[in-house]
Design a protein around this ligand. Structure first.
Ligand code: ACO
Length: 426
Protein backbone atom coordinates (compact mmCIF):
# COMPACT_ATOMS: atom_id res chain seq x y z
CA UNK A 1 0.00 0.00 0.00
CA UNK A 2 1.49 3.37 -1.01
CA UNK A 3 2.27 5.53 2.02
CA UNK A 4 3.39 8.79 0.44
CA UNK A 5 2.11 11.20 -2.17
CA UNK A 6 4.34 13.71 -3.95
CA UNK A 7 3.30 17.21 -4.91
CA UNK A 8 5.52 19.45 -7.01
CA UNK A 9 5.04 23.22 -6.89
CA UNK A 10 7.41 25.49 -8.81
CA UNK A 11 9.99 22.75 -9.10
CA UNK A 12 10.01 21.78 -5.42
CA UNK A 13 8.57 18.38 -4.53
CA UNK A 14 6.85 17.86 -1.20
CA UNK A 15 6.17 14.50 0.41
CA UNK A 16 2.69 14.17 1.83
CA UNK A 17 1.59 11.20 3.97
CA UNK A 18 -1.33 9.07 2.78
CA UNK A 19 -4.03 7.90 5.19
CA UNK A 20 -6.00 4.72 4.46
CA UNK A 21 -9.47 3.91 5.76
CA UNK A 22 -10.80 0.37 6.19
CA UNK A 23 -12.92 0.40 3.01
CA UNK A 24 -10.24 1.20 0.43
CA UNK A 25 -10.67 4.92 0.93
CA UNK A 26 -7.45 6.88 0.87
CA UNK A 27 -6.60 10.49 1.64
CA UNK A 28 -3.61 12.76 1.15
CA UNK A 29 -2.79 14.41 4.48
CA UNK A 30 -2.17 18.05 3.59
CA UNK A 31 -2.31 19.39 7.15
CA UNK A 32 1.39 20.32 7.08
CA UNK A 33 1.48 21.57 3.47
CA UNK A 34 1.17 25.29 4.18
CA UNK A 35 3.97 25.22 6.70
CA UNK A 36 6.43 23.69 4.25
CA UNK A 37 5.23 25.22 0.97
CA UNK A 38 3.13 28.32 1.80
CA UNK A 39 0.19 26.77 -0.10
CA UNK A 40 -3.23 25.74 1.10
CA UNK A 41 -5.59 23.46 -0.83
CA UNK A 42 -8.72 24.85 -2.48
CA UNK A 43 -11.98 22.86 -2.40
CA UNK A 44 -15.13 25.02 -2.46
CA UNK A 45 -18.03 23.20 -0.81
CA UNK A 46 -15.54 20.71 0.71
CA UNK A 47 -16.57 18.16 -1.94
CA UNK A 48 -13.17 16.48 -1.80
CA UNK A 49 -12.10 17.24 1.73
CA UNK A 50 -11.98 14.77 4.60
CA UNK A 51 -12.52 16.78 7.78
CA UNK A 52 -11.95 13.92 10.22
CA UNK A 53 -11.49 10.18 10.67
CA UNK A 54 -14.77 8.64 11.77
CA UNK A 55 -15.89 5.15 12.80
CA UNK A 56 -19.64 5.83 12.75
CA UNK A 57 -21.09 5.64 9.24
CA UNK A 58 -19.78 4.36 5.92
CA UNK A 59 -21.20 5.58 2.61
CA UNK A 60 -20.16 4.42 -0.83
CA UNK A 61 -21.60 6.81 -3.37
CA UNK A 62 -20.45 4.61 -6.26
CA UNK A 63 -21.88 1.36 -4.94
CA UNK A 64 -24.96 2.87 -3.26
CA UNK A 65 -24.01 1.47 0.15
CA UNK A 66 -24.80 2.91 3.56
CA UNK A 67 -23.79 1.26 6.84
CA UNK A 68 -24.10 2.37 10.44
CA UNK A 69 -21.18 0.97 12.48
CA UNK A 70 -20.79 -1.70 9.80
CA UNK A 71 -24.45 -2.79 9.61
CA UNK A 72 -26.11 -2.34 6.18
CA UNK A 73 -28.98 0.14 6.23
CA UNK A 74 -31.27 -2.42 4.55
CA UNK A 75 -30.93 -4.80 7.54
CA UNK A 76 -31.42 -2.06 10.11
CA UNK A 77 -34.48 -0.66 8.29
CA UNK A 78 -36.07 -4.10 8.21
CA UNK A 79 -35.11 -5.53 11.60
CA UNK A 80 -34.13 -2.78 14.02
CA UNK A 81 -36.04 -0.08 15.89
CA UNK A 82 -35.17 3.60 15.98
CA UNK A 83 -33.99 3.50 19.59
CA UNK A 84 -31.82 0.44 19.02
CA UNK A 85 -30.31 2.13 15.95
CA UNK A 86 -29.76 5.33 17.93
CA UNK A 87 -27.86 3.32 20.56
CA UNK A 88 -25.81 1.62 17.86
CA UNK A 89 -24.77 4.98 16.41
CA UNK A 90 -24.03 6.63 19.73
CA UNK A 91 -22.42 3.77 21.67
CA UNK A 92 -20.93 1.79 18.80
CA UNK A 93 -22.64 -1.59 19.29
CA UNK A 94 -26.14 -3.03 19.15
CA UNK A 95 -27.41 -3.08 22.75
CA UNK A 96 -28.24 -6.20 24.75
CA UNK A 97 -31.86 -6.46 25.87
CA UNK A 98 -30.87 -5.19 29.32
CA UNK A 99 -28.97 -2.20 27.92
CA UNK A 100 -31.84 -1.38 25.58
CA UNK A 101 -34.41 -1.54 28.40
CA UNK A 102 -32.28 0.65 30.64
CA UNK A 103 -31.91 3.30 27.93
CA UNK A 104 -35.62 3.09 27.11
CA UNK A 105 -36.41 3.74 30.78
CA UNK A 106 -34.08 6.75 30.75
CA UNK A 107 -35.92 8.11 27.72
CA UNK A 108 -39.28 7.65 29.45
CA UNK A 109 -37.99 9.48 32.53
CA UNK A 110 -36.86 12.39 30.36
CA UNK A 111 -39.84 12.80 28.09
CA UNK A 112 -41.58 15.61 30.01
CA UNK A 113 -40.49 19.22 29.59
CA UNK A 114 -39.78 21.55 32.52
CA UNK A 115 -42.91 23.68 33.05
CA UNK A 116 -40.73 26.77 32.58
CA UNK A 117 -39.66 25.54 29.17
CA UNK A 118 -43.30 25.09 28.17
CA UNK A 119 -43.80 28.87 28.46
CA UNK A 120 -41.22 29.39 25.72
CA UNK A 121 -43.79 28.16 23.21
CA UNK A 122 -46.10 31.08 24.10
CA UNK A 123 -43.41 33.50 22.97
CA UNK A 124 -43.55 32.30 19.36
CA UNK A 125 -46.15 33.58 16.90
CA UNK A 126 -48.62 30.87 15.87
CA UNK A 127 -47.23 30.94 12.32
CA UNK A 128 -43.64 30.54 13.57
CA UNK A 129 -41.87 27.80 11.65
CA UNK A 130 -41.47 24.66 13.78
CA UNK A 131 -37.79 24.34 12.74
CA UNK A 132 -37.08 27.74 14.31
CA UNK A 133 -38.98 26.71 17.43
CA UNK A 134 -37.22 23.34 17.61
CA UNK A 135 -33.77 24.84 17.29
CA UNK A 136 -34.48 27.61 19.83
CA UNK A 137 -36.08 25.31 22.40
CA UNK A 138 -33.36 22.63 22.12
CA UNK A 139 -30.75 25.33 22.74
CA UNK A 140 -32.79 26.68 25.66
CA UNK A 141 -32.92 23.17 27.12
CA UNK A 142 -29.30 23.71 28.13
CA UNK A 143 -30.44 26.49 30.49
CA UNK A 144 -32.45 23.92 32.44
CA UNK A 145 -29.50 21.54 32.74
CA UNK A 146 -26.50 23.74 33.54
CA UNK A 147 -24.76 20.71 35.06
CA UNK A 148 -24.63 19.17 31.56
CA UNK A 149 -23.08 22.12 29.74
CA UNK A 150 -19.58 20.91 30.55
CA UNK A 151 -19.58 17.16 30.01
CA UNK A 152 -16.77 15.51 31.92
CA UNK A 153 -17.49 11.78 31.64
CA UNK A 154 -19.52 9.02 29.97
CA UNK A 155 -22.29 9.18 32.52
CA UNK A 156 -22.94 12.89 31.97
CA UNK A 157 -22.83 12.37 28.23
CA UNK A 158 -25.47 9.60 28.40
CA UNK A 159 -27.67 11.86 30.53
CA UNK A 160 -27.44 14.76 28.07
CA UNK A 161 -27.90 12.50 25.03
CA UNK A 162 -30.96 10.74 26.49
CA UNK A 163 -32.54 14.06 27.46
CA UNK A 164 -32.16 15.42 23.93
CA UNK A 165 -33.33 12.27 22.14
CA UNK A 166 -36.35 11.97 24.39
CA UNK A 167 -37.34 15.63 24.57
CA UNK A 168 -36.84 16.42 20.88
CA UNK A 169 -40.04 14.56 20.02
CA UNK A 170 -41.96 16.30 22.83
CA UNK A 171 -40.71 19.71 21.67
CA UNK A 172 -41.52 18.86 18.04
CA UNK A 173 -45.08 17.74 18.90
CA UNK A 174 -45.65 20.77 21.16
CA UNK A 175 -44.55 23.16 18.42
CA UNK A 176 -47.09 21.56 16.07
CA UNK A 177 -49.91 21.76 18.65
CA UNK A 178 -48.98 25.37 19.37
CA UNK A 179 -49.24 26.26 15.68
CA UNK A 180 -52.82 24.91 15.68
CA UNK A 181 -53.76 26.54 18.98
CA UNK A 182 -54.42 23.06 20.40
CA UNK A 183 -53.66 21.94 23.98
CA UNK A 184 -50.37 20.13 24.50
CA UNK A 185 -50.71 16.37 24.93
CA UNK A 186 -48.31 15.09 27.55
CA UNK A 187 -46.18 12.05 26.67
CA UNK A 188 -47.40 8.65 27.81
CA UNK A 189 -44.56 6.58 29.32
CA UNK A 190 -46.32 3.33 28.43
CA UNK A 191 -45.92 3.97 24.73
CA UNK A 192 -42.95 3.22 22.49
CA UNK A 193 -40.86 6.11 21.13
CA UNK A 194 -42.71 6.40 17.81
CA UNK A 195 -46.20 5.67 19.16
CA UNK A 196 -45.67 8.25 21.88
CA UNK A 197 -44.70 10.88 19.32
CA UNK A 198 -47.83 10.18 17.25
CA UNK A 199 -49.90 10.32 20.44
CA UNK A 200 -48.49 13.78 21.33
CA UNK A 201 -49.12 14.97 17.77
CA UNK A 202 -52.63 13.67 17.21
CA UNK A 203 -54.42 12.65 20.43
CA UNK A 204 -56.96 15.07 21.83
CA UNK A 205 -58.08 15.25 25.45
CA UNK A 206 -60.18 12.16 26.26
CA UNK A 207 -59.61 10.67 22.80
CA UNK A 208 -56.35 8.82 22.35
CA UNK A 209 -54.97 8.57 18.84
CA UNK A 210 -54.22 4.95 18.03
CA UNK A 211 -51.95 4.54 15.03
CA UNK A 212 -51.81 1.25 13.15
CA UNK A 213 -48.77 -1.02 13.55
CA UNK A 214 -47.91 -0.26 9.90
CA UNK A 215 -47.86 3.47 10.58
CA UNK A 216 -45.61 3.01 13.63
CA UNK A 217 -43.27 0.75 11.66
CA UNK A 218 -43.14 3.25 8.78
CA UNK A 219 -42.27 6.08 11.18
CA UNK A 220 -39.57 3.99 12.89
CA UNK A 221 -38.12 3.10 9.48
CA UNK A 222 -38.20 6.74 8.37
CA UNK A 223 -36.26 7.76 11.49
CA UNK A 224 -33.73 4.91 11.11
CA UNK A 225 -33.03 5.88 7.49
CA UNK A 226 -32.44 9.50 8.51
CA UNK A 227 -30.37 8.71 11.63
CA UNK A 228 -26.96 9.45 10.14
CA UNK A 229 -25.17 10.14 6.89
CA UNK A 230 -21.57 10.92 7.83
CA UNK A 231 -20.10 14.41 7.21
CA UNK A 232 -23.09 16.11 5.54
CA UNK A 233 -23.90 19.81 5.95
CA UNK A 234 -25.73 19.56 9.31
CA UNK A 235 -23.39 16.95 10.79
CA UNK A 236 -20.36 19.03 9.83
CA UNK A 237 -22.08 22.02 11.42
CA UNK A 238 -22.54 20.12 14.67
CA UNK A 239 -18.87 19.06 14.59
CA UNK A 240 -17.75 22.58 13.68
CA UNK A 241 -19.70 24.18 16.54
CA UNK A 242 -18.66 21.41 18.94
CA UNK A 243 -15.00 21.92 18.03
CA UNK A 244 -15.08 25.26 19.86
CA UNK A 245 -16.02 23.20 22.96
CA UNK A 246 -19.63 24.45 22.70
CA UNK A 247 -22.06 22.27 24.66
CA UNK A 248 -24.13 19.46 23.15
CA UNK A 249 -27.44 21.37 23.29
CA UNK A 250 -25.99 24.36 21.41
CA UNK A 251 -24.19 22.14 18.88
CA UNK A 252 -27.25 20.09 17.86
CA UNK A 253 -29.37 23.24 17.83
CA UNK A 254 -26.97 24.60 15.18
CA UNK A 255 -27.35 21.29 13.30
CA UNK A 256 -31.12 21.86 13.15
CA UNK A 257 -30.55 25.28 11.54
CA UNK A 258 -28.20 23.78 8.95
CA UNK A 259 -30.70 21.05 8.15
CA UNK A 260 -33.50 23.53 7.51
CA UNK A 261 -32.38 24.65 4.02
CA UNK A 262 -34.05 23.39 0.84
CA UNK A 263 -30.86 21.79 -0.43
CA UNK A 264 -30.62 19.62 2.70
CA UNK A 265 -33.43 18.65 5.11
CA UNK A 266 -35.88 21.09 3.58
CA UNK A 267 -35.90 19.16 0.30
CA UNK A 268 -38.58 16.65 1.41
CA UNK A 269 -41.18 19.42 1.74
CA UNK A 270 -40.02 21.01 -1.53
CA UNK A 271 -40.63 17.68 -3.31
CA UNK A 272 -44.24 17.57 -2.11
CA UNK A 273 -44.79 21.20 -3.17
CA UNK A 274 -43.48 20.29 -6.62
CA UNK A 275 -45.68 17.18 -6.87
CA UNK A 276 -48.71 19.19 -5.74
CA UNK A 277 -47.98 21.75 -8.43
CA UNK A 278 -48.17 18.97 -11.03
CA UNK A 279 -51.36 17.54 -9.50
CA UNK A 280 -53.01 20.96 -9.43
CA UNK A 281 -52.22 21.54 -13.10
CA UNK A 282 -49.73 24.38 -12.60
CA UNK A 283 -47.27 22.44 -14.76
CA UNK A 284 -46.92 18.90 -16.13
CA UNK A 285 -44.23 16.27 -15.51
CA UNK A 286 -42.79 17.15 -18.90
CA UNK A 287 -42.79 20.89 -18.05
CA UNK A 288 -40.84 20.20 -14.86
CA UNK A 289 -38.21 18.13 -16.65
CA UNK A 290 -37.87 20.77 -19.39
CA UNK A 291 -37.55 23.60 -16.83
CA UNK A 292 -34.87 21.63 -14.99
CA UNK A 293 -32.97 21.11 -18.23
CA UNK A 294 -33.15 24.85 -18.98
CA UNK A 295 -31.70 25.36 -15.43
CA UNK A 296 -34.79 27.30 -14.36
CA UNK A 297 -35.32 25.00 -11.40
CA UNK A 298 -33.83 22.01 -9.60
CA UNK A 299 -35.59 18.69 -9.56
CA UNK A 300 -36.08 18.50 -5.80
CA UNK A 301 -35.33 15.10 -4.25
CA UNK A 302 -32.89 14.30 -7.06
CA UNK A 303 -29.10 14.37 -7.01
CA UNK A 304 -26.66 13.95 -4.17
CA UNK A 305 -23.16 15.13 -3.37
CA UNK A 306 -22.01 11.58 -2.61
CA UNK A 307 -24.37 9.18 -4.39
CA UNK A 308 -23.80 9.08 -8.11
CA UNK A 309 -26.17 6.13 -8.42
CA UNK A 310 -29.28 5.14 -6.45
CA UNK A 311 -29.44 6.38 -2.87
CA UNK A 312 -30.09 3.11 -0.94
CA UNK A 313 -32.45 4.99 1.41
CA UNK A 314 -34.61 6.11 -1.52
CA UNK A 315 -34.98 2.48 -2.67
CA UNK A 316 -36.28 1.40 0.76
CA UNK A 317 -38.55 4.42 1.13
CA UNK A 318 -40.07 3.96 -2.32
CA UNK A 319 -41.16 0.45 -1.36
CA UNK A 320 -42.20 1.51 2.12
CA UNK A 321 -44.34 4.40 0.79
CA UNK A 322 -46.07 2.03 -1.60
CA UNK A 323 -46.73 -0.54 1.15
CA UNK A 324 -47.98 2.03 3.65
CA UNK A 325 -50.36 3.59 1.18
CA UNK A 326 -51.76 0.20 0.13
CA UNK A 327 -52.08 -1.07 3.73
CA UNK A 328 -53.76 2.06 5.04
CA UNK A 329 -55.99 2.35 1.97
CA UNK A 330 -54.64 5.90 1.72
CA UNK A 331 -54.77 6.58 -1.99
CA UNK A 332 -52.22 9.33 -2.58
CA UNK A 333 -52.19 10.46 -6.18
CA UNK A 334 -48.86 12.15 -5.50
CA UNK A 335 -47.20 8.69 -5.42
CA UNK A 336 -48.24 8.03 -9.03
CA UNK A 337 -47.00 11.48 -10.01
CA UNK A 338 -43.69 10.86 -8.19
CA UNK A 339 -43.24 7.54 -10.01
CA UNK A 340 -44.00 9.13 -13.38
CA UNK A 341 -41.64 12.04 -12.68
CA UNK A 342 -38.76 9.80 -11.58
CA UNK A 343 -39.22 7.45 -14.55
CA UNK A 344 -39.24 10.38 -16.96
CA UNK A 345 -36.17 11.94 -15.37
CA UNK A 346 -34.22 8.68 -15.16
CA UNK A 347 -34.73 8.09 -18.88
CA UNK A 348 -33.60 11.59 -19.84
CA UNK A 349 -30.06 12.28 -21.09
CA UNK A 350 -29.68 15.35 -18.78
CA UNK A 351 -30.08 13.19 -15.66
CA UNK A 352 -28.19 10.18 -17.07
CA UNK A 353 -25.15 12.28 -17.99
CA UNK A 354 -25.02 13.94 -14.57
CA UNK A 355 -25.82 10.71 -12.72
CA UNK A 356 -28.80 12.24 -10.93
CA UNK A 357 -31.01 9.73 -9.11
CA UNK A 358 -33.77 10.07 -6.49
CA UNK A 359 -32.36 10.79 -3.04
CA UNK A 360 -33.82 10.07 0.41
CA UNK A 361 -36.13 13.08 0.17
CA UNK A 362 -37.89 12.07 -3.02
CA UNK A 363 -40.20 9.49 -1.40
CA UNK A 364 -39.98 10.34 2.31
CA UNK A 365 -42.58 13.11 2.08
CA UNK A 366 -45.17 10.63 0.79
CA UNK A 367 -44.71 8.55 3.95
CA UNK A 368 -44.99 11.61 6.16
CA UNK A 369 -48.17 12.66 4.34
CA UNK A 370 -49.66 9.21 4.87
CA UNK A 371 -48.86 9.54 8.59
CA UNK A 372 -50.77 12.84 8.67
CA UNK A 373 -47.66 14.97 9.26
CA UNK A 374 -48.15 18.51 7.87
CA UNK A 375 -45.69 19.93 5.35
CA UNK A 376 -43.96 22.44 7.66
CA UNK A 377 -43.14 19.59 10.07
CA UNK A 378 -41.26 17.57 7.43
CA UNK A 379 -37.79 18.95 8.22
CA UNK A 380 -38.59 18.59 11.92
CA UNK A 381 -39.19 14.87 11.36
CA UNK A 382 -35.81 14.69 9.64
CA UNK A 383 -34.23 16.45 12.65
CA UNK A 384 -35.76 13.96 15.12
CA UNK A 385 -34.29 11.14 13.04
CA UNK A 386 -30.87 12.76 12.62
CA UNK A 387 -30.45 13.57 16.32
CA UNK A 388 -28.61 10.30 17.25
CA UNK A 389 -26.19 10.83 14.37
CA UNK A 390 -25.37 14.40 15.41
CA UNK A 391 -24.91 13.30 19.01
CA UNK A 392 -22.64 10.39 17.97
CA UNK A 393 -20.44 12.69 15.86
CA UNK A 394 -20.24 15.35 18.57
CA UNK A 395 -19.14 12.69 21.08
CA UNK A 396 -16.65 11.13 18.69
CA UNK A 397 -14.96 14.53 18.37
CA UNK A 398 -15.06 15.12 22.12
CA UNK A 399 -13.25 11.85 22.73
CA UNK A 400 -10.52 12.68 20.26
CA UNK A 401 -7.54 14.05 22.22
CA UNK A 402 -6.15 15.51 18.99
CA UNK A 403 -9.29 17.48 18.13
CA UNK A 404 -8.50 21.00 16.96
CA UNK A 405 -10.81 23.97 16.58
CA UNK A 406 -12.31 23.72 13.05
CA UNK A 407 -11.03 26.67 11.13
CA UNK A 408 -10.85 26.49 7.31
CA UNK A 409 -8.69 28.95 5.41
CA UNK A 410 -9.52 31.00 2.32
CA UNK A 411 -8.03 32.44 -0.82
CA UNK A 412 -8.50 36.19 -0.35
CA UNK A 413 -9.75 38.03 -3.46
CA UNK A 414 -10.89 41.38 -1.96
CA UNK A 415 -9.20 44.80 -2.20
CA UNK A 416 -5.50 44.93 -1.36
CA UNK A 417 -4.35 47.42 1.30
CA UNK A 418 -5.70 50.98 0.88
CA UNK A 419 -5.94 54.08 3.05
CA UNK A 420 -9.04 55.17 4.91
CA UNK A 421 -10.94 57.99 3.14
CA UNK A 422 -12.69 60.53 5.44
CA UNK A 423 -16.48 60.74 4.99
CA UNK A 424 -16.43 64.22 3.35
CA UNK A 425 -13.95 63.08 0.71
CA UNK A 426 -15.89 60.02 -0.52
N1 ACO B 1 -31.90 19.06 -10.47
C1 ACO B 1 -31.32 19.50 -11.62
N2 ACO B 1 -29.99 19.53 -11.83
C2 ACO B 1 -29.22 19.10 -10.84
C3 ACO B 1 -29.75 18.63 -9.63
C4 ACO B 1 -31.15 18.62 -9.46
N3 ACO B 1 -31.72 18.20 -8.34
N4 ACO B 1 -28.73 18.28 -8.80
C5 ACO B 1 -27.60 18.50 -9.48
N5 ACO B 1 -27.90 19.01 -10.73
C6 ACO B 1 -26.97 19.34 -11.79
C7 ACO B 1 -26.20 20.63 -11.49
O1 ACO B 1 -26.91 21.74 -11.95
C8 ACO B 1 -24.92 20.37 -12.24
O2 ACO B 1 -25.18 20.57 -13.60
P1 ACO B 1 -24.02 21.18 -14.58
O3 ACO B 1 -22.93 20.16 -14.59
O4 ACO B 1 -24.70 21.37 -15.88
O5 ACO B 1 -23.58 22.46 -13.95
C9 ACO B 1 -24.69 18.87 -12.07
O6 ACO B 1 -25.98 18.31 -11.84
C10 ACO B 1 -23.79 18.51 -10.90
O7 ACO B 1 -24.35 18.99 -9.73
P2 ACO B 1 -23.53 19.57 -8.53
O8 ACO B 1 -23.91 21.00 -8.36
O9 ACO B 1 -22.08 19.25 -8.65
O10 ACO B 1 -24.10 18.71 -7.37
P3 ACO B 1 -23.82 18.95 -5.86
O11 ACO B 1 -23.12 17.77 -5.38
O12 ACO B 1 -23.19 20.28 -5.60
O13 ACO B 1 -25.30 19.07 -5.28
C11 ACO B 1 -27.32 18.63 -4.23
C12 ACO B 1 -25.93 18.09 -4.55
C13 ACO B 1 -27.21 19.96 -3.49
C14 ACO B 1 -28.03 17.64 -3.34
C15 ACO B 1 -28.07 18.83 -5.57
O14 ACO B 1 -28.15 17.60 -6.25
C16 ACO B 1 -29.46 19.42 -5.36
O15 ACO B 1 -29.58 20.64 -5.23
N6 ACO B 1 -30.54 18.57 -5.32
C17 ACO B 1 -31.87 19.04 -5.09
C18 ACO B 1 -32.12 19.30 -3.62
C19 ACO B 1 -32.21 18.01 -2.84
O16 ACO B 1 -32.91 17.08 -3.20
N7 ACO B 1 -31.53 18.01 -1.70
C20 ACO B 1 -31.53 16.87 -0.78
C21 ACO B 1 -30.21 16.17 -0.81
S1 ACO B 1 -30.21 14.76 0.24
C22 ACO B 1 -30.07 15.42 1.77
O17 ACO B 1 -29.56 16.47 2.03
C23 ACO B 1 -30.65 14.65 2.84
Amino acid sequence: MTKTAYLTIDGTTYELPLIHGVENDAAVDISGLREVSGHITYDPGFGNTGSCESAITFVSGEKGQLRYRGYPIEQLAEKSTFIETAMLLIFGELPTREERNKFRDMLSEQELLHEGLKHHFDGFPSKGHPMAILSAVINSLGCYHPDLLEIENDEEFVKAASKIISKVRTIAAFSYRKSLGMPFMYPDPKLSYCRNFLHMMFSIPYKAFEPTDEAVKALSQFLILHADHEQNCSCSTVRMVGSSQANLFASVSAGICALWGRLHGGANAAVIEMLRGIRDGEYSVKDVVEKVKRKEMLLMGFGHRIYKGFDPRAKILKESAHKLLVNTGHDDELLDIALELSETALADEYFIERRLYPNVDFYSGLILRALGIPLNMFPVMFAIGRMPGWIAHWWEDRQNPELRLHRPRQVYVGPTERDYVPLDER
